[in-house]
Design a protein around this ligand. Structure first.
Ligand SMILES: Nc1ncnc2c1ncn2[C@@H]1O[C@H](COP(=O)(O)OP(=O)(O)OP(=O)(O)O)[C@@H](O)[C@H]1O
Ligand SMILES: [Mg+2]
Length: 240
């Protein structure tokens, strides 16, 4: 049993698809990759995933479907305790997926980002979302630099970008060209997953099962992410 994997799903843009991606990835890892996921840790004050699990428990009550992993609430105001909390999780030897709020104005998020193995950042190319994504990436680089200069602590968290929630208005040749150029640019710096398309099935992601429709829509992206995290050979190909 190795150390746990700590994966933080983050983008300061609200509604970027973070919580959906947390649940999709957890379901995929358990059901398709046969990897034990310890928990989704919901640090967002909205508690969307905690609430979803409560709802799902009612929906699946009396069926053969049981909880594939825990859903745990964690308050970011415990920020001084986060390093010890992550240290504890690391020793368990499972996978932990952390959902974060759509805002970086919280010191607790810094601790999770700096101590995680991977940051998964769902984003799209709509100008407003793109601005907050580039802001988030800039913030991330500054945080790394600062940590190195001030404390000589080298942050090794790797970033995986996941294009999703493509706006339906993005369709002209010029927009597609811009999309491709940005993708090429991001690929020089980060891992960039295949796109998760807009799909009603993905919008219905829950904390219990992954459906064939969700696999059809998001399987390629989820497989890419899982391979980066669990296949060390792929992992070394792209360094920030
Ligand atoms: N690929 C997709 N196709 C269709 N709908 C999606 C997809 N991904 C997410 N959604 C829907 O988009 C909305 C926002 O997604 P989600 O709640 O995951 O975003 P979030 O980043 O967690 O938001 P918040 O910042 O409020 O926590 C939800 O209604 C979700 O069901
Ligand atoms: Mg959310």
């Amino acid at each position: 049993m190795g150390e746990s994997k700590i994966i933080v799903v983050c983008n300061q843009k609200g509604g970027a698809g973070k919580s959906t991606l947390c649940m999709l990835l957890a379901n995929y890892l358990v059901k398709e990759f046969h990897l034990p996921v310890g928990a989704i840790i919901d640090t967002d004050f909205q508690k969307s995933i905690v609430k979803k699990r409560e709802e799902d428990k009612k929906i699946y009550k009396g069926t053969v479907i049981t909880d594939p992993y825990q859903v745990v609430s964690y308050s970011l105001s415990n920020n001084s305790q986060i390093p010890a909390f992550i240290q504890q999780l690391r020793q368990i030897g499972l996978t932990y997926i952390i959902d974060t709020p759509g805002s970086l104005n919280n010191n607790g998020v810094f601790a999770f980002l700096a101590l995680a193995d991977y940051i998964i950042c769902p984003f799209n190319y709509l100008v407003l979302t793109l601005n907050s994504t580039t802001e988030f990436l800039r913030y991330w680089h500054n945080l790394k630099e600062e940590a190195l200069q001030r404390t000589e602590f080298e942050i090794n968290t790797k970033v995986i970008l996941v294009p999703c929630l493509k706006p339906s208005c993005m369709g002209t040749a010029a927009e597609k060209e811009l999309w491709n150029k940005l993708r090429e640019h991001f690929e020089k710096l980060y891992f960039v997953a295949p796109e998760i398309p807009n799909s009603t099935a993905v919008g219905r992601t829950n904390t219990m099962v992954i459906t064939p429709e969700q696999l059809k829509a998001a399987g390629e992206a989820l497989n890419y992410i899982a391979n980066i995290i669990y296949n060390p050979n792929l992992d070394s190909e792209n360094e920030e």
